[in-house]
Design a protein around this ligand. Sequence first.
Ligand code: ZN
Length: 259
Amino acid sequence: MVQLAEITWTDAKEFFSESDVVILPVGSTEQHGPHNPLGTDYLNAEAVSRVVGERTKTLVLPVIPVGVSEHHRQFPGTLWVPPQVFREYVEAVALSAASHGARKIVIVNGHGGNTASLLEVAGHLRRECGVFAVVVMAFPPGMMEIGGGHAGAGETSANLYWHPHLVKMERAPRTRQKERLGGLRMQGMGRVGPAQFPWDTIDLTETGLLGGAGQDLDASTASAEKIKPMMEKFLDNLCEFVEALKKEDVKSLLCKPHK
Ligand SMILES: [Zn+2]
């Protein structure tokens, strides 16, 4: 048993006395197309954390299920908190774990929109709080090769790998992303001409399957088999990293003193 939520405080005391590493899954509750569950990002972060926690006997904290997702606001069911609230909340959770002895925190993040905020938190923890936190995406690095985009074939394959019963493949869309915002031509995700703008998902797609302007996306090619080899390798690598982190003296990882 490595889930903090499922053990007692006396068991937790033992965990913290044996290791200063904990895993913190973080995700989002946001639309993932008409075929994937709204919890995709936090469910995947939780699943990866559970496997890595069990294999390396590392304590897994409860998942943080709502993140920085306001750009999906037009799609029913999407929840979000402002980035500053998210940063403060994640940091407070991390510091409460640190108060029990967790000086190294592996944040397993299922949502790209959280990354900038999480790195800011990790920076503050390292520089000011004596806590070494790292951020790792909850997906194999090569996942987008299966099929790109938010809720695309790659991410849908991850869902099929972890929780196939929650995916409605008969609804998996094939879409072309929009190319214009009003009369202006969009480029990539979030540019009009040479300028960046604060895009919403709905600016590019009706279905929620999201990629760059003008891109063709097809979520129907997703499968668990396609992602399996890279997922297994990814989990092995992550376990290796956690083991290496356990052996490291936290002092060697923290901010260097003044010259
Ligand atoms: Zn996602």
